[in-house]
Design a protein around this ligand. Structure first.
Ligand code: C5P
Length: 318
């Protein structure tokens, strides 16, 4: 059990490694496979997914201070609320309450992951805040202990503490790593103009299903897990699937053009990431990824294009 904080504890914490300033890097995620089940009484859908962390990163710096503040630059500056509704501040407060320390830190977020893009950027930032504040305050919780706090903050937050490739069940918060020999997968990420609301995309899927207008569900992840073990991008491309994709396309029909453009340019497959509207493309190698990225830029079908390899580790001190 964690003891209550007392003023003299700061000395002890600095002996245990509390620092004046720490920086954490955290990746975006894509869902290689996302099977959505029925709506649960708590408002979430039961899901079975294969998460995959890709090398598109946000960075969170935490410094000692005598209040809790958050500033930012990069993606979404001026759009993202920096008040107590922000997941970074909620994460810092949740950790402080758990460890019974004052929630004092000057936090700065440098964002490259687009807002409301289906890449779990907000969840990534919450994971980064847990890791950064744990270190800044010298608390020393394990990843598994942080994951308990993470699950309360959002369904994707526990995965972003771990990274790599992992199966997510429940509402996504229950995570177990996929054991496969490390392989580098080459992705191209097409960022759309404007975001999509995750609850709205789930609701649209429910609507399509009720109307009998949704395609058959993608089914369990076994085929995808087998494909990962084969380490062949062509095989993996054939196993990708996302039940939320038809719902995202229904809300944003122009995404079809993005998916078509990437595949026409040489991608093995294109996929809406999570609830979208970001589209990701699996390519056979780095050279093809570069060519697909250039073709997507030239086709003028998206706001920005990134190259990103997977799988990468989750939120880590740098
Ligand atoms: O967990 P998180 O806060 O990221 O979820 C945002 C919203 O997405 C939920 O309020 C819910 O509407 C929807 N959601 C869902 N089923 C999930 C995960 C999210 O319906 N498994």
């Amino acid at each position: 059990m964690t003891e209550a904080w007392r003023p003299g504890d700061d000395d002890e914490r600095s002996r245990r490694g509390a620092r004046g300033s720490v920086k954490v890097r955290v990746p975006a995620k894509v869902n290689l496979r996302l099977a959505v089940g029925p709506l649960r009484p708590d408002g979430y859908h039961e899901i079975s997914t294969v998460y995959h962390a890709i090398g598109l990163y946000d960075e969170l710096t935490a410094r000692r201070a005598d209040t809790l503040t958050l500033t930012m630059d990069g993606e979404g500056t001026g759009e993202l609320a920096l008040d107590d509704s922000n997941l970074v501040l909620r994460a810092a407060r949740a950790l402080a309450t758990h460890a019974r320390v004052p929630a004092h830190a000057r936090l700065h977020l440098r964002k490259a992951i687009p807002l409301a893009g289906g890449l779990a950027g907000g969840s990534a930032d919450a994971a980064a805040a847990l890791v950064a504040c744990d270190e800044l305050w010298g608390i020393g919780l394990s990843r598994d202990e942080l994951a308990v706090l993470a699950a309360d903050l959002g369904s994707d937050v526990p995965f972003l503490l771990h990274g790599g490739t992992a199966v997510g069940t429940g509402r996504g918060e229950s995570v177990s790593p996929v054991l496969a020999r490390p392989t580098t997968w080459h992705w191209v990420v097409a960022v759309a103009d404007g975001g999509l609301s995750t609850p709205q995309v789930y609701a649209e899927l429910d609507r399509l299903r009720a109307a009998g207008a949704a395609p058959p569900p993608v089914g369990p992840a076994d085929e995808l897990l087998t494909a990962l073990r084969q380490r062949d991008p062509q095989v993996l491309a054939g196993a990708l699937g996302n039940d939320l994709q038809p719902a995202a396309l229904s809300l944003r029909p122009a995404l079809t053009k993005v998916l078509d453009a990437g595949v026409a340019a040489g991608a093995l497959a294109g996929l809406v990431s999570g609830s979208g509207p970001t589209c990701v493309f699996l390519t056979p190698d780095a050279g093809t990824a570069q060519a697909v990225a250039q073709a997507l830029e030239a086709a003028d079908v998206c706001r920005a294009v990134h190259l990103a390899n997977g799988a990468v580790v989750g939120a880590r001190l740098v």
